[in-house]
Structure formats: structure tokens, C-alpha cells
Design a protein around this ligand. Structure first.
Ligand SMILES: *Cc1c(COP(=O)(O)O)cnc(C)c1O
Length: 222
């Protein structure tokens, strides 16, 4: 009889391999609540989803002490559905979105933590802030423009490529921006690295990694 399921085994292996200061966000998108529950029972509390619809279906069916992170593009008109419970929105890619999150946070009498998602990939990715926009928004924030938001840090996704040097260059670039902004007021979280590139991301300074398929297996069957 097998003592651990494949998920439990993958999870434990990844978790024990991470340095103590690195947070693991278990990316559970497309996977059923039973699989999430299994990882929860092993002690994991932070889970990432990329779609609002899926998140609001799963949220009531799972333990209430799960800290949900939204990691996918968020439409302004959907902020209201997650504002009551979301722990962190990692994918803030416009000022308009920040304004709406601030408004919904106030309505819900809470502060919402966010990361600014920065465009670091060479490929033409759809979402993410330019560096100058990131700096401007952080300055606005420091000047009190978004009183119901806590900007905790930055998030980035590297180019989808086998070329490690390219990926390293992009992660290092984001780490430099993180340090630069941190010198104005300290930021906590630098979220970069997924199943395929998280060891490199950690080497480059990430202290939060978003890992899906290496824990839950492939999403291809869906
Ligand atoms: C899906 C996703 C991940 C996790 O990807 P894996 O390769 O399965 O680890 C991380 N970050 C974002 C933004 C994602 O959408």
C-alpha cells in the first residue's frame, strides 16, 4: 500500500526544498477541491487561482483559513466578487484596477494586499505594467493615493523559453526594481518563479514562488 499519494509526495518534496524565507503559493487553478483539500491537510494555507469565477466557486467549499491569492488578469468589474475575502491580488496591471480595488476594499472595511505585476518578459505578453508605470504607481501609493490598499511587492513572469540566461536576466531585472522601490519604503514580497523556473527565481532573489503543475500534476487533461 502506498503511504503518500503522488500529490502529497510532490508537495512535501518541494516544500522541504524551499529556503525558510520563501513563501509557497500552491497554484490550484483547474484542479478540484478534493486535491486542494489534500494539500491543505498537509499544512499548506496559501493557494493561487487565476480566474475569478473559479475562485468564487471554490472559496465557500474549502476551509475558511485558506489565504487565496489571485494570480491572473483581473477585470475591473469583477473586483467586487473577491474583495470580501481575497488575501492578495498578485496581478495588478493598471491604475484603473488599483483604483477599483481601493474602492471595494473600503466598501468591505478592509485593506487588500496587492502586488504590482511588471512586464519583464521579452515576448509580447498582454499583461503587466511598464517599469515607469510601476514607479509612478508606487509613488502615488506612498503619497497616500490608495489608502485601502497595501502594496506588498512585485510579481513577474519570465519569458517562456529554455534559455536560462534570458530568464535569469529578466528575474534579476525585477529584483533590481524591487530593491530600488524598497529603498523608498520597504516592500516584502517578490513573487517570481513557477514549476519550471522557481529554483532560478529564488537564486535571483524571489521570496515567493507560484507552483502549480509540479505539485498537482499536468493541467492538460482538462
Ligand atoms: C498557472 C500559473 C502559475 C503556475 O504555473 P505552473 O507552471 O503550473 O507551476 C504561476 N503563475 C501564474 C501567473 C499562473 O497563471
Amino acid at each position: 500500500m502506498q503511504k503518500f499519494s503522488p500529490i502529497a509526495e510532490s508537495y512535501q518534496k518541494i516544500k522541504t526544498g524551499l529556503p525558510d524565507n520563501v513563501q509557497l503559493v500552491a497554484v490550484s487553478k483547474t484542479h478540484p477541491k478534493e486535491m486542494i483539500r489534500e494539500v491543505y491537510d498537509l499544512g499548506q494555507r496559501v493557494f493561487g487561482e487565476n480566474k475569478v469565477q473559479e475562485l468564487i466557486e471554490k472559496h465557500p467549499q474549502l476551509p475558511q483559513d485558506i489565504q487565496w491569492h489571485l494570480i491572473g488578469h483581473l477585470q475591473t468589474n469583477k473586483v467586487k466578487y473577491i474583495a470580501p475575502f481575497i488575501d492578495m491580488i498578485q496581478s495588478v496591471d493598471s491604475e484603473k484596477l488599483l483604483v477599483e480595488i481601493d474602492k471595494q476594499a473600503e466598501k468591505n472595511h478592509r485593506k487588500i494586499k496587492v502586488l504590482l505585476q511588471v512586464k519583464i518578459a521579452e515576448e509580447d505578453t498582454k499583461y503587466g505594467l511598464e517599469v515607469h508605470e510601476t514607479k509612478e504607481l508606487y509613488l502615488d501609493y506612498l503619497n497616500g493615493k490608495f489608502p485601502n490598499i497595501i502594496i506588498s511587492g512585485l510579481m513577474g513572469m519570465a519569458t517562456f523559453t529554455e534559455n536560462k540566461n534570458q530568464v535569469r536576466k529578466e528575474f534579476t531585472f525585477l529584483k533590481h526594481l524591487f530593491d530600488q522601490l524598497s529603498s523608498q519604503q520597504k516592500l516584502d514580497t517578490l513573487s517570481m518563479g513557477m514549476s519550471d523556473d522557481y529554483p532560478l527565481a529564488i537564486e535571483c532573489g524571489a521570496n515567493s514562488v507560484r507552483i502549480g503543475s509540479a505539485i498537482f500534476g499536468s493541467r492538460e487533461y482538462l
